[in-house]
Design a protein around this ligand. Structure first.
Ligand SMILES: [Zn+2]
Ligand SMILES: [Zn+2]
Length: 264
């Protein structure tokens, strides 16, 4: 059994991590803070003027770009600790390295150890909604998203048209909110009605496989629609899932059988 799966280790780790949640932490404010980006961005609609059909075409392109970016950032920033280029001034290097460290540390050794395949739910009965601290995008993630999104929105606004720039900002923000809410749905408390929706169950299965410690560095990096995973061939096929189970099933039957039937 993978050490992260060991129930004693898991509970001890969770208890220790939960002590790190600041006393001032308000889960609903965290959720409101990250989702309000989308609401604020929607205000951009008021500045759209005489939008042409071709300008709206920016939306599907941006969704594809955002899906690829989600895959790339998850694989290369959240699962590997990157370092800033050494030619940058020391102070900038230190700031970037701090951001890279926080992105990696909040995800691989924290989020992935708090929630493993077969045990993905926030324990609301025990800890209220404090588990959201380990599920929702942390401040560093939001800084990273804004730093990436703004230059693109301003760049396209300058190079193509103001409308395209505004639509870029709006689409990117809505994408981030979709990511945040879908990811939350996958980690909702057991028996939460939203978690029982067919579409959520389907998408959750994809993400839950990514939470198997043996698969997290190689497969299922999309949290929203697994389009980039499909394109980059990192989407686990049904035969790969079966082969994976065959390899580990003797160690922990209940855990690995859960992969075949998420309702088991
Ligand atoms: Zn997750
Ligand atoms: Zn991950």
């Amino acid at each position: 059994m993978h050490p992260w799966r060991n129930p004693t280790n898991l509970e001890a780790f969770r208890a220790e991590q939960l002590t790190k949640v600041p006393s001032w932490y308000v889960p609903l404010m965290h959720l409101g803070g990250t989702t309000s980006i989308g609401i604020i961005a929607l205000l951009g609609i008021y500045w759209l003027e005489n939008t042409q059909l071709w300008e709206y075409l920016a939306i599907p392109f941006l969704f594809i770009f955002a899906n690829l970016f989600e895959w790339w950032a998850h694989k290369f920033l959240l699962h590997k600790e990157q370092k800033a280029p050494t030619w940058l001034p020391k102070i900038i290097q230190r700031t970037i390295n701090k951001l890279f460290h926080a992105l990696f540390h909040n995800h691989t050794p924290s989020h992935h150890r708090m929630f493993v395949y077969g045990d993905m739910a926030i324990n609301k009965e025990k800890n209220g909604w404090n588990g959201l601290y380990f599920v929702l995008i942390p401040l560093e993630g939001i800084i990273g998203v804004v730093l990436t999104a703004l230059p693109l929105a301003f760049g396209l606004g300058f190079l193509i048209s103001t409308n395209v720039g505004l639509l870029t900002g709006i689409t990117q923000s809505i994408y981030v909110v979709s990511y945040e809410l879908l990811h939350l749905c996958y980690h909702l408390p057991v028996n939460h009605p939203i978690g029982k929706l067919k579409i959520i169950k389907k998408l959750k299965r994809h993400h839950e496989l990514h939470h198997a410690p043996e698969l997290m560095q190689t497969h299922n990096f999309n949290v929203t629609i697994p389009a980039a995973d499909e394109l980059k061939k990192t989407n686990l096929s049904e035969s790969e899932i079966l082969a994976f189970i065959k390899k580990y099933q003797d160690e922990d039957n209940a855990y690995y059988n859960h992969i075949i039937d998420p309702d088991a």
